[in-house]
Ligand binder design. Structure first.
Ligand code: 4AD
Ligand code: MG
Length: 430
C-alpha cells in the first residue's frame, strides 16, 4: 500500500487514495461517522457509513480524538468539508487507540504548557514549528551564500560573558562550569582561522523575570566577522533578517494566515529600508514624541523599547548605548567616550529586542577593569585576551534571538509558544 500525505491526496483530488494520521475531530450518528484526519501536511474529512461497516460499527463508533488510523477510500471535492475534500472510506485500520484526549477547547495557557507534549500537535503549534524550521533552513542558506563557516562551540564554559547575575552554574567533576550565555567568546577565537563564522545553538540565561519575552533556554543565532566595524555588522544583520523573513513568508503563507499574520505584509516590510538611529536620538524622540524622560546612562526598559519601535513600521537599529552599562567586551566610541560601539535591533509592533551586537574591544586593560567592576577575575579570561595579544584585528558580531523573531513574525503573545518545550524560571517540565 502506498500512503500519500493528505496534501498529496488532495492534489490528486479523485480516485482511490490511502492516507494515515490522527483523528483531529469526530462526530457521528447511528448511521454515519465523520472523522477529520490530520497528518503533518493538512486535515481531511473522512466518512464511514454503517451500512458498509456493519461488523465493525461498534469499533468505529468508539473512535476518539487522536486515535491513529490508516484509511483507504475515494477522495472527492466537497465544499462543505473543512479543507474542501472528503474521503469516502472503504478500508480502515485503527493503529493506536486513544484515551479521552485531555486537551479540549478553552483550556488555560498553563494547562496547555503542562501538556505541551500533546499540545504540540495542535494546528497552532504545528504552524509555528513549521515556520521556525523553515526560518532556520533559510538562515543556513543565507550564511552559505554569504561565504560563512559554521563553527560549533561548547555549551559548558568556564566563565560568564553577559553578566554574572544570569549564569547557570553546573557541577563539572570537581570543578564548576556555566551553561553558555553566548557563543561569542569562542566565535571570536575562530575568526582568526575562518574570518566569517556563525552558529545557532541553545543559550542559557537564569532570567529572574517572569515576562512574555524571556526564556531561560533559548536559541541564539550568532555571527562574528574579522575586520568588520559597527556599520558593516548592523547592515549585515538587517540583510540576514530580511532574507530569512522573506523566504519564510514565501514558503509558509498558510501557516502565517492561520496565526493571523498576513505574509504579504512581512514580504513588503523586507523590501523597505530599515533605519538606524543612535541611542541619544532615541532618548530625544522619547522625550519629544512621548513625553518620556530617560537619562543618558540608563538602559531602555521594555516600555521605552516599545515606544521607539512603534514609531516605525520596520525593525529599527539603535546604536551607541552608554558604555558604562554594557557587557565588558563592548568598546568605547573613540570620539564620544561615554558611548559604546554596539547596537540592538527592535522589531515593530511589539518592540522586542530581537538582535544585540557590537564591535569587540581590543583594550585588555579596559576590559579587565570592566570585569573587576562586575566581580569577575580577569585571569579567567586569559584565552580571550590572548586573541588581542596575537595579531588582534578589529572585529564585530551579533546574536539574533530566534524565539523573539518567531514570536514577532508569528504574532505570539508569549515567547513560550515560539519553542517546542519552553524553559523559564517556573517551567522546566515536560
Ligand atoms: O543582547 P544579547 O544578550 O547579546 C549577546 O549575548 C551577544 N553576546 C551576542 C553577540 O554579539 N554575539 O542577546 C542577543 C539576543 C537578544 O537581542 C535577544 O533577542 C535574545 O538574544 N535574548 C533572549 N531571548 C529569549 N530569552 C532571553 N532570556 C534572551 N536573552 C537574550
Ligand atoms: Mg541585549
Amino acid at each position: 500500500m502506498k500512503y500519500k500525505s493528505i496534501k498529496d491526496a488532495m492534489d490528486k483530488g479523485k480516485g482511490e487514495v490511502s492516507i494515515r494520521g490522527w483523528v483531529y475531530r469526530e462526530r457521528g450518528s447511528n448511521k454515519i461517522k465523520f472523522i477529520v484526519l490530520r497528518d503533518s501536511t493538512n486535515i481531511i474529512q473522512c466518512v464511514l457509513k454503517k451500512d458498509y461497516f456493519k461488523k465493525s460499527w461498534s469499533e468505529i463508533d468508539g473512535i476518539q480524538i487522536e486515535t491513529s488510523m490508516k484509511i483507504t477510500g475515494i477522495i472527492k471535492k466537497d465544499k462543505r468539508a473543512p479543507s474542501g475534500y472528503e474521503v469516502v472510506v472503504k478500508k480502515y485500520v485503527v493503529v493506536g487507540s486513544s484515551d479521552s484526549f485531555p486537551i479540549t477547547k478553552g483550556q488555560s495557557a498553563e494547562f496547555l504548557l503542562d501538556n505541551r507534549h500533546l499540545w504540540l500537535r495542535s494546528r497552532k503549534m504545528t504552524a509555528v514549528m513549521k515556520i521556525r524550521s523553515t526560518y532556520s533552513q533559510a538562515r543556513e542558506e543565507f550564511f552559505k551564500k554569504e561565504g560563512f563557516w559554521r563553527f560549533d562551540t561548547p555549551v559548558l564554559q568556564p566563565t560568564q560573558s553577559e553578566g554574572g547575575s544570569t549564569v547557570f552554574e553546573v557541577k563539572y567533576y570537581k570543578q564548576k562550569t556555566y551553561l553558555a550565555q553566548t557563543w561569542q567568546l569562542y566565535g571570536e577565537a575562530a575568526i582568526f582561522a575562518l574570518e566569517k563564522v556563525y552558529n545557532s545553538g541553545p543559550t542559557f540565561r537564569a532570567e529572574k523575570s517572569k515576562t512574555s519575552r524571556h526564556l531561560s533556554e533559548f536559541w541564539m543565532v550568532e555571527t562574528e566577522v574579522a575586520w568588520w566595524r559597527l556599520k558593516d555588522i548592523t547592515e549585515f544583520a538587517k540583510k540576514e533578517l530580511k532574507y530569512c523573513i522573506k523566504k519564510v513568508a514565501e514558503k509558509c503563507p498558510e501557516e502565517f494566515k492561520l496565526l493571523g499574520r498576513d505574509p504579504k505584509e512581512l514580504i513588503a516590510m523586507t523590501k523597505k529600508s530599515w533605519p538606524t538611529i543612535k541611542y541619544r536620538k532615541a532618548l530625544k524622540m522619547l522625550k519629544e514624541k512621548a513625553g518620556m524622560n530617560v537619562k543618558f546612562g540608563k538602559d531602555l526598559r521594555t516600555i521605552e523599547e516599545e515606544t521607539i519601535a512603534k514609531m516605525y513600521d520596520t525593525p529599527v537599529v539603535v546604536t551607541h548605548y552608554p558604555q558604562e552599562i554594557m557587557a565588558f567586551y563592548k568598546p568605547r566610541d573613540p570620539e564620544f567616550h561615554d558611548e559604546a560601539l554596539c547596537f540592538d535591533m527592535l522589531c515593530p509592533e511589539v518592540g522586542l529586542e530581537i538582535v544585540g551586537g557590537s564591535e569587540r574591544s581590543l583594550d585588555i586593560k579596559e576590559m579587565s577593569e570592566n570585569l573587576n567592576r562586575g566581580g569577575e577575575n580577569p585571569k579567567d579570561y586569559k584565552f580571550y585576551f590572548d586573541l588581542r595579544k596575537y595579531g588582534g584585528v578589529p572585529h564585530s558580531g551579533y546574536g539574533v534571538g530566534l524565539e523573539r523573531v518567531i514570536q514577532w513574525i508569528c504574532k505570539l503573545d508569549n515567547i513560550k509558544d515560539a519553542i517546542g518545550f519552553p524553559r523559564t524560571m517556573l517551567r522546566w517540565k515536560p
